[in-house]
Design a protein around this ligand. Structure first.
Ligand code: NAP
Ligand code: ZN
Length: 367
């Protein structure tokens, strides 16, 4: 049968990608609402130039600015921000920044129109939120097109995500020039987050013919930035390719979620401080070796799309570009237990057991 899988696909975000897209689509702001609550981090929105562009197209119209979102935003801060938005009766949100600002905006959007506490976000299903216009200034999370928000919960000493159709942004405005100011290390670690979404969605047991199409095109786009990553030198072309790849990665994981790489990566961030994208690709060697056994054809396709001569060259590309903390036996056991608690393990081909995951930690952590 063609297609070979059943199809389940939903993408309600209006995507506007291109140079000067904020100016070229200025009508979307007044079409979305009258009084925006602008959500940004402390510096990225301004350094990127996106904030000035938005203020310019608002053309003197009123807005309230919340510019205090921190990296890995805390749910308690989102409650405070929502109180301000409610007080001023803002009717839509403009989120400018990396995944942190965009995820924060999604939480504020829900809290501003529902009688809920921040912690309720993780246990109650909201079906209403303020509309969000998302303007990314990093190329990594794809949050501008996903129904996910990831927040830090201090009480639980961890990060927790919530999801819902109502938090898909209404509009995503993607202009690659907003990433020109992003420092090199952030550019590479966020790019690795994007490509891990593309890989994992492609291999996921939840993938279908349409989601794989997004993954393949995204990997092809990422490949155009491989030399820039190797040389740590980014131009307009490579930054544009990465923003496109990141957006496609967001669409891909909106269909499938992630797999074992993300499940294992969380411990490398939490206990070793590795940036999220590096934490995922820390497992490149054992993950791709496992996939070669389970999904040989898909692994070969990915290697080809990446423009690599063979699997080992692809693994080396990632390994050469990330920090490699060593892990001892006790750490491998402990982190594997945590990884097994993630539902994304089950979406990984090959019925992974705890022992398989321990071995992946050992293989990645032996350097
Ligand atoms: P980020 O935490 O949003 O930003 C990283 C840093 O880059 C911040 O210090 C930020 O500064 C700065 N920055 C951002 N854009 C800049 C620019 N153009 N020029 C200069 N500096 C800039 O990083 P991220 O990787 O994009 O997002 C990570 C968050 O997204 C995590 O919380 C992660 O869990 C989450 N995530 C979400 C999804 C999803 O689907 N929703 C998927 C994966 C990950 P300021 O803070 O000062 O502005
Ligand atoms: Zn990720």
């Amino acid at each position: 049968m063609y297609p070979q899988t059943d199809i389940k696909s939903y993408m309600p975000v209006k995507i506007l990608f291109g140079n000067n897209c904020v100016f070229n689509n200025k009508d979307v702001f007044k079409q979305t609402g009258k009084f925006p609550f602008i959500v940004t981090g402390k510096s990225g929105a301004v350094k990127s130039g996106a904030f000035d562009d938005v203020i310019s197209v608002l053309n003197g119209g009123p807005y309230i600015l919340y510019d205090r979102v921190e990296e890995n935003p805390k749910v308690s801060d989102m409650e405070d921000a929502a109180i301000i938005s409610k007080k001023f009766r803002c009717d839509y949100i403009i989120a400018i920044g990396g995944g942190s600002a965009l995820d924060a905006a999604k939480a504020i959007a829900v809290l501003a129109v529902n009688n809920m506490s921040g912690m309720d976000l993780f246990s109650k299903k909201a079906d209403a939120a303020l509309p969000v216009i998302a303007i990314p200034t990093t190329s990594g999370t794809g949050s501008e097109v996903t129904p996910y928000s990831i927040l830090t919960v201090d009480e639980w000493q961890t990060k927790k995500s919530f999801a819902g159709d109502c938090i898909y942004p209404k509009i995503a405005l993607l202009d690659p020039k907003y990433t020109f100011s992003l420092p090199i290390d952030y550019t590479i670690s966020t790019a690795f987050d994007a490509v891990s979404h593309l890989f994992e969605s492609y291999f996921s047991l939840k993938s279908n013919e349409m989601s794989k199409m997004y993954s393949q095109e995204g990997i092809r786009a990422f490949a155009k930035a491989v030399d820039a990553i190797k040389n740590r030198k980014f131009d307009e072309q490579s930054r544009s390719a990465l923003m496109y790849a990141s957006m496609l990665g967001g669409i891909a994981i909106s269909h499938t979620g992630t797999t074992a790489m993300h499940a294992m990566g969380y411990s490398m961030t939490y206990f070793h401080g590795l940036p999220h994208g590096f934490a995922n690709l820390y497992f490149a060697e054992p993950y791709f070796r496992h996939m070669m056994k389970q999904e040989e054809q898909k692994t070969k396709t990915v290697t080809d799309l990446m423009g690599m001569t063979d699997l080992q060259s692809m693994i080396n590309f990632f390994s050469d570009n990330i920090p490699r903390p060593k892990l001892n036996k006790e750490q491998c056991e402990r982190y594997a237990t945590l990884a097994m608690m993630q539902s994304s393990i089950k979406a990984t081909p090959g019925n992974l057991t705890k022992e398989d995951i321990v071995n992946m930690f050992k293989e990645a952590g032996r350097t």
